[in-house]
Design a protein around this ligand. Structure first.
Ligand code: SF4
Length: 629
């Protein structure tokens, strides 16, 4: 049955539909009150006139539908399916670091606030999200000033408890020393309760409670306690004064602002708790093809589907989302009470939406500016290196071996100048000899290119190395029948006596870029933004390979590490350990000492020494570089 006939046979009730491309991949998930009429609108001659929708329909080769009891259920299922299939034509709220937050688990004997990147449904309380790690750090430091809960991990807590004296945090008045029984459990629990009220934005309630406790302490002539509580009240009030008041009523609401230019969308959310703005966060989306109402409705559904997301009593919106009634029902169900969803047209509520819109506009403008400068950098690279395509996605490969053993390779991916960790891969070399860099690279590239169906190719393939490595890359592409820009990057060869060139670049060796069609390497000025980007990509590939190798080496049992040295079989290993006494002695032995061992040739001795020298180098602090970005 053709796709048009299948559309005609669809039911007229609510449900979810999935469009698939010729390879069976889900490219779009949508929900509808009336499945048949919604899906038919896409396939009607000329569609609904939107260019982007026609692109999607052109790529649709098959469709599935799931009938649901209501649109609300369809919305729920749509969220799940978007999360599972990550369809390219849907807008997707990324479940990533945007959810920087604070976790507080009241079930711990001595709870402490900890920063987290994930909100889980694990029974603990979560607060946030915070817009950046800096804002999260500020929040924690402010919180500790007011509520000095412990900041140490459990092992540190136990350690100080054993020693019987608190750590420096106690001296600095940032902790009340529960590790050593310097605060009782009931008082600590009060601090935890105060922290929760504060983080929930219930400052009025908090100040009322603290004031009552302070008055009781004063009446009981516990003046030190009363003074401490007074300071805490002052600190809460100072913090609250810094928060913007957005209404006379102590209401909880989320306010959504919206800004769009073409396919670029920014959604800003202001969290109003107790009538004050206690936090704001912004979500970015690129290449959005859906219209505003569809995209906004889908995002709102995904936003409140995040586990432990607090659904306030009121949600103010910049524009009317698709299927607003179903969304309202879904949010009310999640909150366990009625939730108001509205697009205010005037008055102070409209002003709040205006504020959220202004935030979204600002974020979008800054992002587009940054994007423009990245595009200019990529355009510079395209022109200087005569690339066929703008290198928006770059993959770089680096092979790393340890004294001719433990051969591994890394792949890193950068999208629009930023690392895309989802595109990172680690390879353990299976076939090639560990000391043969070219063979290792050939194996890795062949394995990568064989998987190109499920893992789309980049715009530019880069290898860490000179003409030799580039030649391997070009041959691998040719063998796989792939046409793709490829380059190599290497340090300018040390020319011994010729120090002029070295000095010219401030004492650092210059980078050389190798292109398939040019015999001579290309040198870009050291200040070139394009070169800096390529260096960063290469350094990241190097770091990632070394990190993998280190992990791998830790996995290799110490006594079996000798097995990793090529050409050293069981009888040679036994001879080494027998004559030198221990693995440590083998590790520390010179080439001469090794060569004196029965059955160990000069070449074996050299190989063993190089292996352990490389091992030491990997372990040295100089190679323990931090990940960048
Ligand atoms: S004083 Fe004790 S409980 Fe507080 S942070 Fe230090 S070790 Fe942890």
């Amino acid at each position: 049955m053709g796709i048009e006939e299948r559309v005609e046979a669809l039911p007229s009730g609510p449900g979810v539909y999935l469009f698939r491309n010729a390879r069976g991949r889900v490219i779009y998930v949508g929900k509808a009150q009336n499945l048949k009429s919604r899906v038919r609108s896409y396939f009607r001659a000329g569609g609904d006139g939107r260019v982007q929708i026609s692109q999607m329909v052109e790529r649709t080769a098959d469709l599935d539908v799931v009938v649901t009891p209501s649109v609300k259920d369809a919305l729920l299922l749509e969220n799940e399916l978007i999360k599972r299939h990550k369809p390219p034509f849907n807008v997707r709220l990324r479940d990533d670091k945007q959810y920087l937050g604070l976790r507080l688990d009241a079930r711990d004997p001595w709870p402490r606030p900890t920063p987290v990147r994930r909100f889980k449904e694990d029974g603990a309380a979560y607060f946030g999200p915070y817009t950046s790690s800096q804002s999260l750090r500020d929040a924690i430091s402010n919180l500790r000033r007011i509520f000095p809960l412990r900041s140490c991990s459990d092992p540190v807590f136990r350690d100080y408890a054993r020693r019987g004296r608190p750590c420096i945090e106690f001296e600095m008045k940032r902790c009340l020393g529960p590790c050593c029984g310097l605060i009782d459990a009931a008082s600590y629990a009060q601090l935890v309760a105060g922290t929760v009220l504060f983080l929930r934005g219930r400052s009025d309630e908090l100040v009322r409670e603290l004031t009552a406790t302070m008055e009781r302490a004063a009446a009981d002539e516990r003046y030190e306690d009363a003074a401490r509580l007074r300071d805490r009240i002052d600190a809460v009030e100072q913090t609250v004064q810094r928060q913007q008041i957005v209404g006379e009523h102590a209401i909880d609401r989320d306010v959504f602002g919206w800004a769009r230019r073409g396919g670029e969308v920014e959604v800003a959310v202001l969290h109003v708790r107790g009538g004050r703005v206690v936090g704001h966060v912004s979500h970015r989306f690129s290449e959005v093809l859906l219209d505003d109402a569809e995209a906004f409705g889908s995002l709102l559904g995904q936003y409140y589907a995040v586990p432990d997301r607090v659904v306030p009593g009121e949600v103010l919106l910049a524009l009317e989302p698709a299927d607003a009634d179903a969304l309202r029902d879904l949010l009310s169900e999640r909150a366990g009470r009625r939730v108001t969803l509205r697009v205010p047209s005037r008055g102070s509520l409209r002003e709040q939406v205006g504020m959220a819109n202004a935030n979204a506009e600002l974020q979008l403008a800054q992002r587009l500016d940054a994007h423009a400068s990245v595009l200019a950098t990529l355009a510079e690279l395209q022109e200087r290196l005569a690339l066929a395509r703008l290198p928006r996605r770059i993959e770089c490969y680096d092979v790393s071996t340890l004294g001719g053993t433990l051969a591994v390779a890394s792949r890193v991916a950068f999208e629009d100048g930023r690392p895309d960790k989802n595109g990172y891969r680690r390879y353990r070399i299976r076939e090639a000899a560990a000391g043969d860099d070219f063979a290792c690279l050939r194996e890795v590239l062949a394995r990568r290119l064989a998987k190109r169906d499920g893992d789309p190719l980049p715009d530019l393939l880069m290898v860490d190395g000179g003409r030799g490595q580039l030649g391997v890359a070009v041959a691998a592409l040719r063998d796989a029948g792939v046409s793709l820009d490829a380059i190599g990057i290497s340090k300018e060869r040390d020319t011994g006596g010729d120090t002029r060139r070295v000095k010219r670049h401030g004492g650092l060796k210059a980078e050389q870029l190798h292109l398939p069609a040019r015999k001579d390497a290309v040198s870009l000025p050291p200040s070139s933004a394009g070169l800096l980007l390529l260096q960063r990509v290469r350094d990241e590939a190097h770091r990632f390979a070394i990190e993998f190798q280190r992990k791998l080496r830790q996995r290799v049992h110490l006594t079996s590490i000798l097995e990793e040295v090529g050409g050293v079989g069981p009888s040679k290993r036994r001879a080494l350990l027998r004559e030198l006494g221990s693995l440590r002695a083998v590790r520390e032995a010179s080439v001469e000492q090794l060569a004196r061992v029965d059955g160990i040739s000069a070449a074996d001795a050299q190989r063993i020494r190089s292996f352990f020298a490389a091992l030491e180098e990997v372990d040295s602090p100089a190679t323990q570089r931090r990940p960048d970005g």
